[in-house]
Design a protein. Structure first.
Ligand code: TRP
Length: 337
């Protein structure tokens, strides 16, 4: 029997990019192929409402992210693959946890604090400008996602470590006050080299606008690759792979042999134009098959709907019994007993 239960979610508020794939989706799909783990992967669509109030964008992103997981090879038979919004027990749990969460704990959450700090830095009179209760309470919803399924291991980026600490804190409080129903999860931080740099050299992230989407047409993909920042070194000059986004992205998609050959080419003074062409060809060859699959899936939303609904049925086999036990524990169960 599997003893480790992995769970992770992706917020559906944008178009999936190379960094989402190497940092989250690829390792998760690999893990789902092993027999010694159980895997829960979900579209964090209620999280999307924290930062995106455009219904068309949220809808589009949900479709795109679902199609990406499937096109990249996630077998829904080997994982519980579902939409957060299809598991209403998560929202119910979120409230129970909210009532067990110290406001002071949330005051310390980076996600909210960084916006407040920006307001202060820009001289705004109101440090809470633009901060909704959704943003403020976001770690509680994330805790509910994790605790609902008794996850033991949660793979996330570094920026999410604090949320895992908060999740443990909240779970402990609940267990201590009511009943030992919640499992304290461990954080699994993505490996450093799975985190890609973007076009401008900073971490590839939607919030920096420096991403390369996974499923652009070949033509657009080539254009974007040509935009990756390099330096002013000429062809013939030896180049360093250290800190080169171009090299980093290449390495994330190439075999170790190909990567060694590229490192040699850098040392031998490959021109930036040639290196970019090689990166483009690599990405295009790795992504062309999944791209076709992705486009097919995007053209058949009804088919994806069926997959997601089947996933929700599996997810709720876990969430319904736990929420019943929790209702009982907090004093909100049937009158007739
Ligand atoms: N907050 C996460 C992020 O922005 C996404 C997420 C939501 C998540 N719920 C989760 C990740 C539960 C892991 C487990 O990356």
């Amino acid at each position: 029997m599997a003893t480790k239960r992995f769970l992770t979610g992706i917020t559906t508020s944008g178009t999936p990019h190379l960094g989402n794939y190497t940092g989250a989706i690829r390792p998760a799909i690999e893990a789902s192929k092993r027999d010694d783990t159980e895997n829960f992967y979900f579209l964090a669509d209620y999280h999307a409402l924290i930062k995106c109030h455009d219904p068309a964008l949220v809808m589009q992103s949900r479709l795109e992210i679902a199609a990406t997981w499937l096109a990249m090879g996630l077998d829904p038979e080997r994982a519980v693959f579902y939409r957060q919004s299809d598991v209403p027990e998560v929202m119910e749990l979120s409230w129970m946890l909210t009532c067990m969460t110290a406001k002071g704990l949330m005051n310390r959450a980076h996600a909210y604090k960084s916006v407040a700090q920006e307001n202060i830095d820009s001289g705004d009179a109101d440090p809470d400008k633009g901060i909704t209760m959704g943003l403020f309470s976001y770690p509680v919803l994330m805790a509910a996602d994790i605790l609902m399924f008794k996850a033991t291991h949660v793979p996330v980026g570094r920026d999410q470590i604090q949320h895992l600490e908060m999740t443990r804190d909240i779970a402990q409080r609940f267990n201590h006050h009511y009943k030992d129903l919640l499992v304290l999860p461990e954080v699994v931080v993505s490996e450093e080299d799975a985190i890609l740099s973007g076009l401008d050299g900073r971490k590839m992230s939607k919030s920096y606008g420096n991403t390369i989407p996974l499923f652009e047409t070949s033509k657009k993909l080539r254009k974007l690759v040509m935009k990756i920042v390099t330096n002013s070194q000429e062809p013939g000059e030896a180049k360093s792979t250290e800190g080169s986004s171009l090299f980093e992205i290449y390495r994330a998609f190439a075999t170790p042999e190909e990567t060694a050959a590229m490192a040699q080419a850098y040392a031998d003074g490959i021109g930036w134009g040639d290196a970019k062409q090689q990166l483009f060809e690599k990405l295009d060859s790795v992504l062309s098959e999944p791209r076709e699959h992705y486009l097919e899936l995007m053209a058949k939303p009804g088919h994806m709907e069926e997959i997601m609904q089947a996933g929700a049925v599996k997810a709720r086999e876990h969430s319904v019994p736990l929420i019943e036990a929790m209702r009982e524990a907090v004093g909100i169960s049937s009158f007739k007993k």
